[in-house]
Design a protein around this ligand. Structure first.
Ligand code: GLU
Length: 412
């Protein structure tokens, strides 16, 4: 039975990298009808950050990848003490300065076949140093606690970031010392920023909750993250959770560090916005803008008009956050010249008999020609922004009466 775990330390809010590891573990578990386990590794007491544990749970919840089982290491102290004693009794560990140390035997090779890239990795024992397993505060180190737990929790595959590769020989020594069979290991190449350096705050070292607050959708974030280091072959990119579960296999994880590309996330989010039906989009917008009465009032307006506007907005918006500026006009500050253009526009629109996007467009063209002006000035007059939804369509939806009334107020 496949049993995998994520083992975050509550020392900070998980960023995209840790969260991708969680997603890969989840998909691997579900693909194999196994279990996905959350283990909070809180034995490094000094580094614990308030709220980090809650954030870990909240992120899994937001993404819809909840654990099947949850454990907290600080509640399992007896196990670690018991197992340290076994090693002391076997003389494989020793006490020094109030701590318990693991002794590295001479002339040994620690090796495993990593399931990422199916490559063999080995370390010579002379390159590994004795390491602490119980600290002087009585708490176990990561090495001891995670090996004991991975064994007792019957973890079959350890899928984690490749920054842990250098810890793996120590873990293999512990397995051997307890006469346990080690699990399989799969070390994921770390995600890099566009500059090929470690992710910085600007390009992805934020949490998925931050991206949610920026108007990115859960499904788009999942889809984007899954492609950071994995792809199912071919050029399939847009995938539902069900498809990801069906297709996910460790052999398709790449050995090259994936690059975090915010533009790609934004593009993908736009694709997801377009795929949503209006009912779902409206619900997402109501939730996203729950604190913004201008937008929620607007969304609760005439449903027929709203449908038309949502159809139009979908063609332009990439994140939920862009919706407000695209759809809710603000009152522009016009120069004398711009006010003149607004007046002409008012005149030309007033005489339109058959109010539709074609007649509106030709009126606009005439106005621009007369004033030798660029299209952006019309955006400014009508929406208060430099750009926005296609104007003729928007004005057709708004209706002649409303548009005329608005222009009258501006042109005076
Ligand atoms: N506690 C480690 C971390 O913070 C777990 C590493 C592992 O998965 O073994 O990521």
């Amino acid at each position: 039975m496949v049993r995998v775990r994520i083992a975050p330390s509550p020392t900070g809010i998980p960023h995209i990298g840790n969260t991708r590891t969680a997603l890969f573990n989840y998909l691997f578990a579900k693909h194999n009808k196994g279990k996905f386990i959350l283990r909070i590794e809180d034995t490094d007491r000094k580094r614990i950050v308030q709220g980090a544990q809650e954030a870990i749970v909240e992120i899994l919840d937001f993404l819809g990848i909840p654990p099947d089982e949850t454990y907290i290491q600080s509640e399992r102290m007896d196990e670690y003490k018991k197992h340290a004693k076994i090693l002391l009794d076997k003389k494989l560990a020793y006490e020094k300065e109030g701590a318990v140390w693991m002794k590295i035997p001479e002339n040994q090779i620690f090796s495993w076949t990593d399931l990422v890239g199916n490559k063999s990795i080995s370390f010579k024992s002379q390159d590994v140093e004795d390491f602490v397993i119980i600290k002087s505060d009585g708490f176990p180190t990561y090495h001891l606690a995670s090996v004991v737990d991975d064994h007792l929790m019957n973890i079959s595959h350890i899928i984690r970031g490749d920054e842990w590769i250098s810890s793996t020989p120590k873990h293999l020594l512990l397995y051997k010392s307890f006469s346990w069979t080690p699990p399989f290991f799969a070390h994921l190449p770390v995600i890099l920023g566009k500059d090929k350096k470690k992710l910085s705050k600007r390009d992805g070292a934020e949490s998925v909750l931050d991206y949610g607050n920026e108007g990115y959708l859960r499904d788009a974030l999942l889809n984007f993250m899954v492609l950071l280091g994995w792809n199912p072959g071919g050029d399939k990119e847009i995938m539902s959770m069900e498809e990801m579960i069906r297709l996910f296999e460790l052999k398709d994880i790449g050995t090259v560090a994936p690059i975090f590309d915010l533009q790609k996330l934004t593009w993908m989010n736009g694709e997801y916005v377009r795929m949503m039906d209006n009912k779902k989009l409206k619900a997402s917008l109501l939730e996203f803008y729950s604190q913004d009465k201008d937008v929620t009032d607007f969304l609760k307006g005439d449903p027929k008009t709203l449908d038309l506007i949502l159809d139009l907005a979908k063609t332009r918006m990439k994140t939920l956050k862009e919706f407000k500026d695209l759809v809710l006009p603000k009152i522009p500050e016009l120069s004398e010249e711009e006010r003149g253009i607004a007046k002409t526009l008012l005149k030309k629109l007033l005489v339109i008999k058959n109010w539709n996007k074609t007649t509106i467009l030709s009126a606009m063209k005439e106005v621009l020609a007369m004033h030798k002006a660029k299209g952006s000035v019309l955006y400014k007059i009508i929406t208060g922004f430099e750009k926005g939804l296609p104007l003729p369509e928007s004005l057709e939806i708004a209706g002649k009466e409303k548009v005329i009334e608005m222009l009258k107020r501006l042109a005076i």
